[in-house]
Design a protein around this ligand. Structure first.
Ligand code: PEP
Length: 255
């Protein structure tokens, strides 16, 4: 893991009303009181962002949105701009999640515009990449990831790539209960780091945090975190219950 500060991020997807979100944060704040040296991020739905922002003020938890639009404003019914996310208290934003790619038409080109727009407002993009089961079985994992990274980061200056968090989420492991083995995940993470070093230089390769996502739970987090190039986790289902998410955040004490 080197000097990279670990990140544990929870993606709530389309779950939790404002009231449920506030209850979660109140519970979480108590459960993580002693945790040091872990960057904790939660990504509630848009409607809960300002309420959660109020509740995490002064504490260690950071706020992410699950998506954004790339334009600063305009006639884009239903969309949310980077400035609006800042206004709601966000410091991070998830970009290119596989569910956005699968159901909402987010292509690599769109993802690239979103990353650029987020960076322009100093929001930290959590840039999701990952292969499908068919792609893995056809041994296309590395070429798919190469394409997602080269197209997603195409217009991003290396100085900005440094600020990004990458989340490797094999699509076949998301919400399926099937986690990549520690070795499978490490193999891909080291490929991603090598890609960053080759394209953007050694400093970028050393600095960028690469999270693993896909059925992460308290039972498998410690093993994953022990791998050299895994710097944290993007957690879906197991981030919805404060006591479970807190056990993941507390991973250093499980090691
Ligand atoms: C996710 O949605 O990013 C995810 C990894 O989900 P889960 O942990 O439920 O597999």
């Amino acid at each position: 893991m080197g000097d990279r500060r670990p990140v544990i991020a929870g993606n709530w997807k389309m779950y939790k009303t404002g009231k449920e979100a506030v209850e979660f944060i109140d519970d979480l704040n108590e459960l993580i009181a002693g945790v040091m040296d872990v960057e904790i991020v939660v990504a509630p739905p848009f409607t809960a962002l300002p309420l959660v922002a109020k509740r995490i003020k002064g504490g260690p938890v950071r706020l992410a949105a699950q998506d954004l639009h790339w334009e600063p404003e305009g006639a884009y019914t239903g969309e949310i701009s980077p400035k609006m996310l800042l206004d709601a208290g966000c410091s991070h934003v998830i970009v290119g999640h596989s569910e956005r790619r699968e159901y909402f038409g987010d292509t690599n080109a769109i993802v690239s515009r979103k990353i650029k727009a987020a960076l322009a407002e100093n929001l930290i993009p959590v840039f999701c990449i990952g292969e499908s089961l068919e792609e893995r079985e056809a041994e296309k994992t590395f070429s798919v990831l190469d394409k997602q990274m080269s197209e997603g980061l195409e217009t991003i200056d290396s100085n900005d790539v440094k600020k990004i968090i990458i989340a490797y989420e094999p699509v076949w492991a998301i919400g399926t209960g099937r986690t990549a083995s520690n070795e499978q995940a490490q193999e891909v993470h080291s490929f991603i780091r090598r890609y960053l070093t080759d394209r953007h230089g050694e400093e970028v390769g050393n600095i960028v945090r690469i999270l693993y996502g896909g059925s992460v739970k308290p039972e498998n987090i410690a093993g994953l975190m022990a791998a050299a190039d895994i710097d944290g986790a993007l957690v879906g289902g197991a981030s919805l219950t404060a006591s479970v998410f807190a056990r993941i955040v507390n991973f250093p004490y499980l090691l």
